[in-house]
Structure formats: C-alpha cells, structure tokens
Design a protein around this ligand. Structure first.
Ligand code: GAR
Length: 200
C-alpha cells in the first residue's frame, strides 16, 4: 500500500513534529510518511529536528498573505503532498488556501475547543486564558482546518486536569505530554489511512 505523503507546517520548537517523527519510527503512523517540513521562521528548532530525521525542509517567510500561500502551495504540489499537518504553525491560512484542501489539513490546538480558541489564542496565551478563567480541566484538540480559525470539524480530543500551582508554562508542558503528543500522531494515522484507502 502506498503511504500518504505528509507535509508538516511549523513555526517554533517542533515538539509536536518530533512526536510525529517518533510515531512514524515506532509504527504508530504506518499509513503516512512525512515528506516535507515547511517553516515560516528560518531559525525554528523544528527545522533541525526535520534535518536530523532526514526530512526535506523549506522556509517560506510571511510576505503578503497571497504570496506566502502561493509559495506554500507550490511546494506542496512539487512534493505531491496529500495531507498537511499544522503542528505549532502560528500563521492563519486564508479561505483561498483552506478551500483547496477540504479535510486534508489538520491542526493541533492546546485547549478543548470551543474553549480558548480562535484568532489570538495560540501557544502560551491559550494556557494563560485557561488559568485566568479558572477552569479545572483543559486539554488538546486535533481538528480539520477550514476558513474559520480553530472552527473545523473535531477529529480527536483529550482532557488534562489543572493542578494547584500551575503556571502557563507548567500547564503547556503537561498538555503537550499528556494530550498533544498522543492524539496528534493518532489523528495523523487515522486521516492518512483514510486518504490512502479512499484515493486508491
Ligand atoms: C503547541 O502547544 C501547539 O498546540 C500550539 O503551539 C505549541 C507549539 O509547540 N499551537 C497553537 O497554539 C496553534 N493555535 P511545538 O512547536 O513544540 O509543537
């Protein structure tokens, strides 16, 4: 069976990318192969993780939205990419981009959507908002990406308890360890498997 060709879009440290690389090695992801990592930041540590794993990398800096997206689309087409994974990618993609790939873009978000999500909620800000509100449970969500930021169909979620003394940084780490690094690889396998079985 052919594997689903995956591109991962990143902006920073890339621990979710690492979870995907490890899951491919361990066989949790067996229906997909990470072919390309694209970063909008040239100094993102995620690029080093990709290079260490022998994955092709590209940097596309944000200029105008149109030009930025056109460059990403060209890379995706050159590499025959079938599934796009946003893993800590801190740029919003327009409807012009998302409508080209219905149910073929997935994102991991560090809260239980529909809480603490949408424009302006990214990275540590999400955990600051959860702690500020005083919720006792948060978590992570993997969802399809459409034109509404964090508004596409939910694929998987996992809850994480808040503990006394949590800071945004401590909570971010627990949400990653207990939720994101688990459900993102599982969701990628699920969608990759669907892609290869329906497109062949
Ligand atoms: C992760 O917590 C991810 O869920 C979040 O940024 C972090 C990236 O970490 N993404 C968003 O907030 C997107 N709205 P990583 O670079 O180590 O994977």
């Amino acid at each position: 069976m052919n594997k689903c060709k995956i591109a991962v879009l990143v902006s920073g440290g890339g621990t979710n990318l690492q979870a995907l690389i490890d899951a491919e090695k361990s066989g949790i992801i067996k229906s997909g192969k990470i072919e390309l990592v694209i970063s909008n930041k040239e100094n993102a540590y995620a690029l080093e993780r990709a290079t260490k794993a022998d994955i092709k990398t590209a940097v596309v800096k944000k200029t105008t939205q149109e030009e930025f997206e056109a460059k990403i689309i060209a890379l995706l087409e050159e590499n025959n990419i079938q599934l796009i994974v946003l893993a800590g990618f801190m740029c919003i993609l327009s409807e012009n981009f998302t409508s080209r790939y219905p149910k073929k873009i997935i994102n991991v978000h560090p809260s239980l959507i529909p809480s603490f999500c949408g424009a302006g909620f990214y990275g540590l800000k999400v955990h600051e908002a959860a702690l500020g509100y005083g919720v006792k449970v948060t978590g992570a969500t993997v969802h399809f990406v459409n034109e509404i930021p964090d508004g596409g169909e939910i694929i998987m979620q996992k809850a994480v308890y808040i503990k006394d003394g949590d800071t945004p940084e401590i909570l971010q780490k627990r949400v990653m360890e207990e939720a994101e690094w688990k459900i993102l690889p599982e969701a990628v396998e699920f969608v990759s498997n669907n892609t290869v079985t329906t497109e062949e």
